[in-house]
Design a protein around this ligand. Structure first.
Ligand SMILES: [Zn+2]
Length: 250
């Protein structure tokens, strides 16, 4: 893939990433994603266009509001850079194919639900429905995998997570179960189980680190969506390689 196109997709990812964070912050509060215009959380002043440029504004203002001097959450630039890199990676790996459309949609979905889960411990149905619906439309337009494989994936994703939810009694939210239904539909059942395994591993690892660092109290729940997202992204881009390792190692 030409560097020009990768650059274009990274730029789109930067702007889109900023929007996905906004959606993830507003939808769980039942707020419109159009109005009111973005404002400073501290002094509530409405921000001008030059204060909303992804990365650039944050860097120029040294991470502070121009009006009240309050610090702006570093989550904003980090998620923008993350989505930018992932958009670039998607076009670099898959090229101009349907797989790229699926990858971009999945990145968008995972970005939005991760933000919503971190801020509000919620995975909004609206985000799942719109993203899931669009992924289904792509599947109808271009059936890369058979419908039966997608349905089995969705069934396994939903079934296994639903079982864990019942057994864990609150350790797993109903939002995680619904998210895995969508992931299973796209990824297939084997990859879905691998994603669940990786996500649990990442969640446990970060849980221990946060506990040791004193950022997490005993019995306090941590949002699971960011770990599901991390694992799904790993499998989306490098799942084939990982599957080969597993098969070779068994
Ligand atoms: Zn302010």
């Amino acid at each position: 893939m030409e560097a020009f196109w990768i650059g274009c997709f990274m730029l789109i990812g930067l702007i889109a990433g900023s929007f996905f964070t906004l959606v993830g912050q507003r939808v769980p509060q039942s707020m419109s994603i159009i109005t009111p215009r973005s404002h400073c959380d501290m002094c509530s002043i409405q921000l001008s266009w030059y204060e909303l440029l992804p990365i650039v504004s944050y860097a120029c203002q040294k991470g502070r509001c121009r009006h009240c001097g309050d610090t702006i959450s570093s989550i904003l630039p980090l998620t923008e850079i993350g989505t930018s890199l992932l958009f670039g990676l998607a076009i670099a790996i898959f090229g101009f194919q349907w797989d790229t459309a699926v990858a971009l949609l999945l990145i968008a979905l995972l970005h939005m639900v991760s933000v919503a889960d971190v801020y509000y411990m919620k995975i909004p149905n609206n985000i799942l429905l719109v993203s899931g619906g669009l992924l289904m439309v792509i599947h109808i337009l271009h059936p890369e995998t058979s419908w039966s494989a997608s349905m089995i994936g969705a069934g396994v994703g939903f079934g296994v997570l639903f079982f864990i939810m019942l057994v864990s009694r609150g350790g797993m939210g109903v939002g995680d179960v619904k998210l895995f239904l969508v992931i299973g539909f796209v990824a297939g059942w084997k990859e879905t189980l691998l994603i669940l395994f990786l996500a649990s591993l990442l969640g446990a690892l970060f849980g221990i680190i946060f506990r040791l660092a004193g950022r997490l109290k005993r019995g306090e729940a941590i949002p699971f969506a960011p770990f599901i997202s991390g694992a799904t992204i790993l499998i989306l881009f490098w799942g084939d390689t990982m599957m080969k390792w597993l098969v070779a190692g068994s």
